[in-house]
Design a binder for this molecule. Structure first.
Ligand code: DQA
Length: 147
């Protein structure tokens, strides 16, 4: 299977960005661990991070032909982007929404997501392992579809 991992704005700063909330691992660390796990499942991981909404939208459009599943941490766009939500619906590639922090334990404006109601599922508050758990869930869904 081909899984696209998308990370939104400011996640390129992981490791130094508010480590009390987001931990000390860098995005590269997280992607290396995720790719190691994916290899064991014969899953090909493609990763893309951008601070630009348009670039994330264009990557979602491209995923229509190139990816079986999307794992996305939309970061701040979670709470603002109808456009990125619409892109995911337009391509109808199933996706899981991931957040490192527990957005429900934070400011009120983080408690609404434009993605959760159309996601296969949502993982938040578990830190980097959330990406790995999401990958396992995606693998399970894809393999049960094939049965
Ligand atoms: C985040 C939570 C968002 O509210 C925030 O804007 C982020 C990161 C998380 O992974 O916890 O940038 O998506």
């Amino acid at each position: 299977y081909r899984i696209l991992v998308l990370n939104g704005p400011n996640l390129n700063l992981l490791g130094t960005r508010e480590p009390d909330k987001y931990g000390h691992q860098t995005l590269d660390d997280i992607i290396v661990q995720l790719t190691d796990l994916a290899d064991q499942y014969n899953v090909a991981v493609e990763h893309f991070q951008s601070n630009a909404e348009a670039d994330l939208i264009n990557k979602v459009h491209a995923a229509k032909d190139t990816s079986d599943f999307i794992l996305i941490n939309p970061a701040a766009f979670t709470h603002t982007s109808v456009a990125l939500r619409d892109a995911l619906l337009a391509v109808s590639v199933p996706f899981i929404e991931i957040h490192l922090s527990n957005v429900h334990a934070r400011e009120a404006f983080r408690q609404h997501s434009y993605f959760s109601d159309v996601a296969q599922g949502v993982i938040c508050g578990l830190g980097p392992i959330g990406y790995e758990l999401a990958m396992l869930a995606a693998f399970q869904q894809l393999s049960s579809n094939d049965k």
